[in-house]
Design a protein around this ligand. Sequence first.
Ligand code: FES
Length: 499
Amino acid sequence: MSQWLTLSRAAHLLGVSRIALQKRIREGELRSFDGMVAADDLQRAWPELDLDESGSFEKTRAIREDAFARRLRERVLPTQEALAQRLFAQGQELAELQRALTRYHALFETLHQRLAAAPAPAAADLLRLLDEGLARALAAPAPGDDMAALDAMLRVMSAHVTVRPSGREFFVEGSETLLKAALRAGLAPNYGCGNGNCGLCKARVVAGETRAVSPSDYRLSAAEKTQNHVLMCVCTALSSDLVLEVLEAGTPEDIPEQRIVAKVRSIDALNDKVMRLHLQTPRSNRLRFLAGQRVTLGLGPDVAEGSDIHGEYPVASCPCDDRNLIFHVCRADGQGGLCLPEVPLRGPASADFSRCVFDGRIKAGDDISVWGPWGDFVLEKGSVRPLVFIAIDAGFAPVNSLIEHAIAVDAAESITLYWASSQPGGQYLPNQCRAWAAALDEFSYLPLTVDDLSAALAASPGLASSDVFLAGVAELAEPLATALLAGGVPRGQLHVEAV
Ligand code: FES
């Protein structure tokens, strides 16, 4: 009899995307039933799976042998209480199985005795069948046993969370908070401070148990406690399965305008035209945004109150990247057509933010005010259509954020990235794009020049059935958008960020 695993657990165990599993189900390689997939089919499809070599077992062994530093152990292991609770639950399941096995064994023995006493030859045949079947069952591990063993390990090491009403799922690793795990999985839950002060991350526990892993100043009301509300930013999962009711942002309108002051962590040249600006938000005041959105950056305490030096930039990092905000800042001279112009869209005054980044007037440790987020260049909620990203030069910044988010969400059937540059080799993060293509079955990366882009898109099948995201300087992006519409891409599926 087959053992069955949920699709998300199977993907998590094998380290593959759910889309890859769904593809094999569609091709008939894996049997599935009610959102579950057969463990023996999985083991046949991934014969290289070796229990002793699996990451989970290695991790546990390393922890046991005390090879990790204390902090790392704390991060990868659930709390002692969670471990105890999950092991207790598994113990109960095992005891239940053992009771059932004892009854089956008794039944088998009775059957065996009766057949032995029954007249031959029909009874002798049945007796032989029974003995041979039992010998086979005891002789070798059944297909799928390793998967089932790994699943049992996974249920102890990480908790599976189902979110209502969206139906999204994510895993809580070690003793990380529910909020951190949800963001890592590409969810957009409601939250504010990130450390137990504001109460915005409240969620209702529908099934399962949670525990606080850090203190909080926010006090839940008696009614909220009765209704099982918890703060996602300070709680982790205790039980191995959890169902939460969570308020999630689906559109840019769901995200409030925010003003925060972030610190410059580093500034590095990606090439001679583009700088990577890495900001870090305070622990108690993170920026909430959707992948693909922009913010206004400025020198001074509050860009919204008027900063002489400011500019509007797409966030190049994913909202799942915790407190880190990455920007690709272009040289302001625009030589070579590689740069986005600075766009002084907000605030009473504007000057050259990008020159300050390039000439060293902005440096590590400086305060930068962040105001936003803006824009609706975001993934469509609930869409499972293939994703096609077209980045022109540094239009790659918002595309990078969208791709990282799409990979975390793991919902699109396939992802294709065209990165066109105005000059040969202008793709300033080629290794990262190649790494995506190497790691993900359904990811294609096509670097090309701006001159070759239109022809490549015209020859690309399936654009009309995809969600298409196009970002780049307006004079190149807008005519291309017109051509894509004329070529059959539905208006509702074409998203353009002309910067
Ligand atoms: S985000 Fe503020 S209390 Fe959780």
